[in-house]
Design a protein around this ligand. Structure first.
Ligand SMILES: Cc1cc2nc3c(=O)[nH]c(=O)nc-3n(C[C@H](O)[C@H](O)[C@H](O)COP(=O)(O)O)c2cc1C
Length: 296
């Protein structure tokens, strides 16, 4: 029961329910640079955690990561063989590497330490992959192996096994966000993993309540359905620190990382336009009056 379409439609509807109100007087061309985990990047619009990219273009995720380099953004990756993750780091990409929520926590901690030593910027785990939508039971995936549920103890263990920032992907409530924060997690990705569940709550619609609950204790990233600079702007004004884009990058990647970089740069330029026309000089000073909820 994977009905991506319904969850995507709900997210689209939610994003479209906000209008943007410009305030031109006194505004200036905006700066889109963003700081994550102590480093500065050119844009808060990034490649999502994608895996298996060799199916799209030879060179797979290692090649895709070069699009992040070309755009000066933080590179995110889905689950990869560790040697591929290391190849991404070896080419100098500033990257986030990932693991599925596998049962073997010793292996997870080994992977975190390996990536830390190789220069990764953070490590992400998608906790929304634990249960099999076909059975409702914990997954034993043919490629990724046995999954296991993750509670505060497991998150704490991941946070404490190295000094690499830990990011949890698949958080959709203040409840889960607070547990992540209390376990020492540094950031979350508010995401429904392209509709892992039917009629999923739009990730952008819960950013506000999560931000209210955790304040600035967690970096909040959001994905699912971000398709334009105005979508990115809305997510950022609603409280996200950065946004990730997944499926739309598959098509340009067929023609190489330059085309993906072009796509991402276009979204960043659209975001800059939204920021400039709303008197939002930079990401730390977004004009919260700029979003108006449609009631007609
Ligand atoms: C081919 C493909 C591979 C993906 N692999 C992963 C993965 O390994 N880990 C993960 O957390 N999400 C994975 N995702 C989900 C994306 O990171 C993202 O959450 C999802 O596509 C929603 O964003 P979008 O609406 O911009 O596509 C994958 C998505 C696609 C299309």
């Amino acid at each position: 029961m994977q009905t991506y379409a319904i969850s995507d439609q709900l997210t689209r509807k939610y994003l479209d329910s906000f209008m943007i109100r410009p305030e031109y007087i006194g505004s200036a061309a905006a700066d889109t640079s963003a700081e994550y985990f102590g480093e500065v990047y050119q844009s808060p619009v990034m490649i999502s955690t994608l895996s298996g990219m060799e199916r799209v273009h030879e060179g797979g995720n290692v090649l895709l990561a070069q699009a992040a380099d070309l755009t000066g953004t933080l590179d995110w990756n889905g689950v990869l063989p560790v040697e591929q993750g290391l190849a991404i780091l070896k080419q100098g990409t500033r990257a986030v590497l990932s693991s599925k929520p596998i049962a073997d926590m010793d292996a997870v901690c080994d992977m975190i330490r390996t990536y830390e030593q190789a220069g990764a910027k953070a490590f992400v785990m998608d906790v929304d992959f634990i249960f099999d939508p076909a059975t409702g039971c914990v997954r034993n995936h043919p490629s990724f192996g046995q999954m296991a549920t993750k509670g505060e103890a497991e998150l704490k263990r991941m946070s404490e096994c190295s000094s690499l920032p830990i990011i949890i992907k698949g958080v959709l409530s203040a409840h889960d966000a607070v547990i992540c924060r209390d376990a020492g997690v540094k950031a979350i990705v508010v995401s429904h993993h392209m509709g892992m569940i039917d009629s999923a709550v739009p990730p952008v619609s819960v950013i506000g309540e999560i931000r209210e609950a955790v304040g600035n204790d967690l970096v909040i990233f959001a994905d699912c359905g971000i398709r334009s600079g105005s979508d990115a702007f809305k997510a950022l004004v609603l409280g996200a620190d950065g946004v990730l884009i997944g499926r739309p990058l598959m098509e340009p990647f067929k023609d190489g990382p330059e085309k993906v970089a072009e796509y991402l740069n276009r979204i960043t330029n659209e975001l800059r336009f939204c920021m400039s026309i709303t008197g939002s000089p930079d990401l730390k000073h977004l004009n919260r009056r700029a979003l108006v909820r449609k009631d007609f």
